[in-house]
Design a protein around this ligand. Structure first.
Ligand SMILES: [Ca+2]
Ligand SMILES: [Ca+2]
Length: 227
């Protein structure tokens, strides 16, 4: 079937070596492709979770810019109540006969003066470094515990809706405290004059499938005079 060396064909040994080399090359190629795809998956997950956090921030920022904050943001920074200029008559005017802004919220039935919008951190689980044997916040100690959840939006008369799919983290039992262990508190909401900061620490997956935390934050300048 195969010709011997010295003529024009290949010996059995040469065929065996060729097949073996080809097999090794295929194994290396497949291993490389597998690791590339895994890396792609993790990077995609990272991009998705980062984008989800940014979308939550942008959603809040859009509503916050024209708003006024109702009352003081609580010390734990876990919620904010606001009203926005509303147009209950639907005539395109958000001021009353005296020229004052009509503050309220968009409800399912239309704009309602006096209604308010609340954004609030809702805890759905816990994460304990000591139990998992992992240093999630990367501060060199496996002693931290976290409340895991999401930010929800609701209006006075409306349903509560969950924003984004990302897992937002806060210190367990100490909302508004230091998430990353750098000594500075990390409240979700905080206000300084007409500046409102929104700060989200979320869980993400790394290249080695480890879970760690990253921060996304924005600061909004309230553009309407506060009354
Ligand atoms: Ca830690
Ligand atoms: Ca911190």
């Amino acid at each position: 079937m195969f010709k011997t060396r010295g003529k024009t064909g290949l010996t059995y040994l040469e065929i065996a070596v060729t097949v073996a080399l080809f097999s090794v090359a295929m194994i290396i190629t497949l291993a490389f492709m597998k690791s590339s795809f895994e890396g792609y998956d993790v990077q995609k997950t990272n991009c998705d979770s980062q984008r989800a956090a940014q979308q939550v921030l942008e959603r809040i920022a859009i509503e916050l810019r024209p708003a006024k904050v109702v009352g003081a943001i609580p010390a734990d920074g876990a919620s904010i109540v606001m009203q926005v200029p509303v147009d209950p008559q639907g005539d395109g005017v958000v001021v009353d006969a005296n020229g004052a802004i009509e503050w309220g919220a968009p409800e399912d039935t239309g704009d309602v003066v006096g209604s308010a919008i609340t954004y609030r951190f809702v805890q759905t689980g816990t994460l304990r470094e000591s139990a998992d044997g992992r240093d999630y916040n990367g501060n060199g100690r496996m002693t931290d515990s976290f409340a895991v959840g999401h930010v929800a939006r609701t209006t006075t008369r409306g349903r509560t809706t969950k924003l984004g799919e990302g897992a937002v983290v806060q210190p367990l039992g100490a909302l508004g405290g230091d998430v990353d262990g750098d000594g500075s508190p990390d409240p979700i909401f905080s206000q300084n004059g007409d500046l409102v900061a929104v700060n989200l620490w979320t869980l993400r997956s790394g290249l080695n499938k480890e879970t760690f935390m990253t921060q996304a934050a924005t600061t909004v300048r309230l553009r309407n005079p506060q009354q």
